[in-house]
Design a protein around this ligand. Structure first.
Ligand code: GDP
Ligand code: MG
Length: 591
């Protein structure tokens, strides 16, 4: 069977441990063509951030022991925002190379991805990278792998120089099992990745688990129930290589004429219509947005342009959720749902860069839930849309399981900090005399602020972080609103834990006082928690009022004078009788 000569595997590693470099060596070794400009183009955002955003799985030919093998290197996104997609990518593999940097050893993501791969039942091959590096400690890292994971005989490699890389690839063939599945059963395919191609539209990556497919077959999606004719199919070798059919065990691309990537559900099962339904692959989930934010054009004139830009972006991004939104302070815009903070950053950066639109993105919040007195449970994506307080029995908030790697000397400070962030310690693992891993259960909302940068600076940059989303739990939350002369600033409404309400109220009112432009009248800045005012600042009228002597006088002359004063301060908004420029929000939301 074809299957005996196919290996589906992935590389799992902490960020920067050399996954992309090793993948490049494999491509080189197998003579897989690299169309440089194309690859660079696609990965612009990823390269700048040093992470893999979208999986780049690729098929390679490799001759070993006088036998031709087909290797499918299934790439996995390197960020928690895409953890569901990672789990689906792992499902398409039978083996994983666990790659660890010899200069830094096991890190937070090494730890979490190892257990993910193990849970997925993959055969794991340990490899220690960067052995060429002057500060490499390969033996020490080998000890870590043995004591933490019971992994022995790691491969010592340098992805940079190529040393040891061929032996490692040979090992993949020797120990990774052939793909599962049965050749003479009806076709059953597993969709684990998709992307949008300017010319072809949506391209899906399928693993052919049972049976085979050929051009012209009519397929049906298990989860969307939609039917498609196979327009084109073949191998993805960084470029499309067309074939007439794909056989059992192979991994290849399929063009089905889908209009938007949102039709291509990751983890979906496909079968041939004329053969009827097959058993679905377990573990399917719709990916869930865990971060929501308002998105507004800085200049309200640019609303139409922003709308078009978002529409275009959405064609390519299957996970973004978009709803129309309106704010007294920021005008017309959208409320968007993202998988996580990185996903939100990528969205913002691409819209601003590719369309030259300046946006205001409000502080991100997580989707809370509210249990109403009626017993009904609702999801709260926008705190401004909550029903009146008296109807609510309880709030629930989403939690995350956080894995932190850190130098042992910082452990006291870290525990204190995580507890302040409402974390519950779950586990502590001593890696060696210098380093420790701690695990906390923590509200997701506490992580999407400045958590990462704080733990970095606490540990002189040494700490690394990984987390996974877990369940919702009941939490003493309330609604914080900001008022300018009694008028609500809806862009600043947020859900806040009761114990933090006073501090946050004070900080916000003080900040707003600093940032607001001068006003003609005295302005009261108030913070309210569940409708009760808990903090207040006052801005005195800011200048000798040039128009004072004109009050009651000539209106046009007065306007002219004011106009002069406002020079360079365009895009003013009025909230009640208070002038606010969009720059104020930008600064406030950034800090
Ligand atoms: P990824 O985030 O896991 O994909 O890591 P990359 O492949 O992007 O590598 C991160 C950094 O480590 C880059 O600057 C690489 O050049 C460097 N690097 C990767 N492999 C090696 C190696 O074997 N030796 C040395 N000295 N540097 C390496
Ligand atoms: Mg990479």
């Amino acid at each position: 069977s074809y299957r005996d000569y196919i290996r589906n595997f992935c590389i799992i590693a902490h960020i920067d441990h050399g996954k992309s470099t090793l993948a490049d060596r494999f491509l080189e070794l197998t003579g897989t063509k690299l169309n440089k400009s194309q690859v660079l183009d696609k990965l612009a955002v990823e390269r700048e951030r040093g992470i893999t955003v979208r999986a780049q799985s690729v098929t390679m030919d490799y001759a070993y022991n006088n036998q031709k093998y087909l290797l499918n290197l299934i790439d996995t996104p390197g960020h928690v925002d895409f953890s569901y997609e990672v789990s689906r990518s792992l499902k398409a593999c039978q083996g994983a190379i666990l790659l660890v940097d010899a200069t830094s050893g096991i890190q937070a993501q090494t730890y979490s991805t190892y257990f993910q791969a193990k849970e997925a039942g993959l055969h794991i091959i340990p490899a220690i990278n960067k052995i060429d590096h002057p500060t490499a400690m390969p033996e020490h890292v080998a000890d870590q792998l043995k004591s933490q994971f019971g992994l022995e005989n790691p491969y010592f490699v340098s992805a940079a120089t190529g040393k040891g890389v061929q032996l490692l690839l040979n090992r993949v063939i020797d120990v990774v099992p052939r793909p599962l599945g049965v050749d003479d059963k009806p076709f059953r395919g597993f969709l684990f990745d998709s992307w949008f191609d300017k010319h072809k539209g949506v391209v899906c990556l399928l693993e052919i688990v049972d049976g085979f497919i050929k051009k012209g077959d009519i397929l049906k999606s298990f989860h969307t129930k939609k039917e498609y004719e196979i327009e084109e199919l073949g191998f993805y070798r960084l470029e499309l290589e067309y074939r007439n059919s794909l056989e059992g065990g192979q991994v290849g691309f399929v063009v089905l004429g889908m209009k938007e990537t949102s039709e291509a559900l990751i983890g979906d099962t496909f079968y041939r219509v004329k053969e009827g339904p097959v058993e679905e692959f377990p573990g399917f989930k719709q990916s869930k947005c865990m971060v929501y934010a308002g998105v507004f054009p800085e200049d309200s004139e640019e609303y139409d342009e922003l709308s078009l830009a978002i529409k275009k972006y959405q064609l390519e991004d299957r996970s973004l959720i978009v709803q129309k939104d309106q704010s007294t302070a920021l005008g017309n815009g959208y409320r968007c749902g993202f998988l996580g903070l990185l996903h939100m950053d990528i969205f913002q950066e691409r819209i601003e860069r590719e369309h030259d639109i300046n946006m205001i993105v409000t502080s991100p919040s997580v989707p809370y839930k509210a249990v109403l007195k009626t017993g009904e449970e609702i999801t709260v994506e926008n705190p401004n849309e909550l029903p009146e307080k008296f109807k609510i029995k309880a709030y629930l908030e989403p939690m995350a399981r956080v894995t932190i790697f850190l130098p042992s000397e910082n452990i006291g400070d870290m525990i204190k900090y995580c507890m302040k962030k409402r974390g519950l310690q779950e586990e502590m693992i001593i890696l060696d005399e210098k380093s420790t891993i701690v695990k906390f259960l923590m509200p997701l909302s506490e992580i999407i602020t400045d958590f990462y940068s704080t733990i970095k600076s606490m540990t002189k940059g040494m700490a690394t972080l990984d987390y996974e989303h877990t369940e919702y739990i009941e939490s003493p939350l309330g609604i914080m609103t900001l008022l300018l002369n009694g008028e609500k600033v809806d862009a600043l409404t947020s859900m806040v834990p009761r114990e933090q309400a006073y501090d946050r109220g004070r900080v916000l009112t003080e900040k707003l006082k600093d940032l607001l432009p001068g006003q003609l009248f005295e302005v009261a800045i108030q913070a309210a928690f569940n409708g009760k005012v808990i903090a207040r600042e006052t801005i005195k009228a800011y200048r000798k009022d040039v128009t004072a002597k004109l009050y009651g006088g000539d209106q046009t002359r007065r306007d002219k004078l004011l106009d002069k004063q406002k020079k360079g301060k365009k895009r003013m908004k009025m909230i009640g009788n208070v002038r606010v420029d969009s720059g104020t929000f930008r600064k406030l939301l950034k800090s």
